[in-house]
Design a protein around this ligand. Sequence first.
Ligand code: CP3
Length: 354
Amino acid sequence: TGRTAAQVSVPAAVRDSAFLRACRREPVPHTPVWFMRQAGRSLPEYRKVREGVPMLESCMRPDLVTEITLQPVRRHGVDAAIFFSDIVVPLKAIGVDLDIKPGVGPVVAEPVRTRADLERLRPLDASDVPYVTEAIGMLTAELGSTPLIGFAGAPFTLASYLIEGGPSRTYENTKAMMYGDPELWADLVDRLSVITSAFLRVQIEAGASAVQLFDSWAGALAPADYRRYVMPASRKVFDSVAGYDVPRIHFGVGTGELLGLMGEAGADVVGVDWRVPLDEAARRVGPGKALQGNLDPTVLFAPREAVRAKTDEVLAAAAGLEGHVFNLGHGVMPTTDPDALTHLVEYVHERSAR
Ligand code: CP3
């Protein structure tokens, strides 16, 4: 957009929110809490506004994006909003033929397998996603002092959808390219890092006050392979937004063995799933970074007393951390009772009040 990072500024009241203070490892009045996938199918008001509108189309309508992003803030009183979109939106925006199939996830019509296929992955700029800039403008006006988290898919996770053609449990084609043609793989994830960086910058310049890079499926990799084949591209993404006054969060599922490297890639806040307690995660990540997590999302199906006990365990493990953002260890499951989430927000605030 021609603006420099220094010209993008976060309003003082937003900057002073508990969420952004925790990301910066500053003292907070209470532990801030938000939920991955808080905007979505667990809410009846979401299902209502989405009726008859395909997922990707809803991401391109600023009125719907604004309404859906605000719904969990209104209902649960969470400490941050997350922009309603999807990790495949920037790929769709540059012309990749893909769709999000209900109950399945992203499906790519022609998987990326050869060097010629890379030509389909041209760089993205703000004019490819005008609806993102417009929606974030509307949102920051409505959100007041509540921060808005922008997000994108990390190169590895995006590559896995492009190469497999859809969701996978084994990532066999992805790994076949990674190990079999490392040069093609490196070029692919490099192109994706350029697209992802631009998508994050568009969101920051429009008013997002934090960003989260989802490398949801990186946990499929051994640390040595993560370091060699994935970290350089993710680092490039983090470096590209380092000049903004906006914390960078990095999250993946089953990444216990990768937590140190995911921090090293350039994150200010490392997201942790429920498999590693936060005190142990802090040892793996090392000093100088905040942590986000990590209540098992399925705990919300248990009775309230059990939810409280498990929440106390998370807060106790986080007691010695420099910065803690409470979250689930992965996204809200669609069948979760919304009242359980509202109660959890209240409980975290109450138990952590200083
Ligand atoms: O509330 C929020 O977190 C913001 C919205 C958001 C969505 N997708 C909306 C969505 C975010 C942050 C994402 C990220 C995303 N998308 C990830 C990373 C997060 C994670 O869970 O690890 C991934 C891997 C995707 C790809 C994707 N898109 C999947 C796996 C699915 C679910 C498929 C299904 O139906 O089970 C989607 C679709 C999707 N993205 C939905 C929503 C609300 C459901 C679509 C619908 O409501 O019809």
